[in-house]
Design a binder for this molecule. Structure first.
Ligand SMILES: Cc1cc2nc3c(=O)[nH]c(=O)nc-3n(C[C@H](O)[C@H](O)[C@H](O)COP(=O)(O)O)c2cc1C
Length: 159
């Protein structure tokens, strides 16, 4: 049985600092071992993280996260039992508002500005994960651009 959680917290570590990069490396190793996948997005000093995996592993991680001094004001936005993963290929995707602004995305997608609905957040994370993947795979990017994909267009605008 799988469980997923979505939370928001206040970042203490500098954005893309050495400490944050090193934390992400450790996190990805831990997640691969625990069969946890997900996505972490940083909007200024706010983290949003989607975590999914075996129930016991996610429950244990939830406790560790709440004690972790590298972020504060931990707030659980969603927690559900699920049958399939949203981020099966990601030991922990990471994006910042440089890559995609949550507020802009909400406006573009006609969502309410108070984006705390887990389903909306997951859609945003997917967009982010796809952008990261596209950047690393030029052939996929060209294919999406030729197919008129919104994500490819958004990346064009950033370049
Ligand atoms: C923003 C943030 C995201 C994190 N994400 C994960 C994660 O996805 N998986 C994980 O095992 N630890 C994650 N951690 C680290 C945990 O809080 C914890 O340090 C780690 O699981 C190791 O546990 P320990 O410190 O008790 O040894 C995260 C920490 C922060 C600050």
């Amino acid at each position: 049985m799988l469980m997923s959680i979505l939370y928001r917290s206040h970042a203490i570590l500098g954005r893309e600092s050495r400490a944050e990069r090193s934390m992400l490396n450790t996190v990805r190793t831990l997640n691969r071992a625990a069969k946890i996948t997900g996505h972490l997005h940083r909007e200024e000093d706010v983290y949003y993280q989607w975590i999914e995996g075996p129930v016991a592993a996610v429950e244990a991680l939830l406790i560790r996260l709440q004690r972790d001094p590298r972020h504060a004001d931990f707030s659980l936005l969603g927690r559900q039992i699920t049958t399939h993963r949203q981020f099966a290929d990601w030991s922990m995707g990471y994006s910042t508002s440089n890559e995609g602004d949550l507020l802009e995305w909400a406006i573009r997608n006609g969502s309410s500005l108070k984006v705390t609905d887990p389903a909306q957040m997951v859609a945003f994370f997917h967009d982010q994960a796809l952008r990261n993947e596209i950047r690393e795979r030029p052939a996929l990017y060209r294919h999406l651009r030729d197919a008129g994909s919104d994500t490819a267009t958004a990346i064009d605008h950033q370049q």
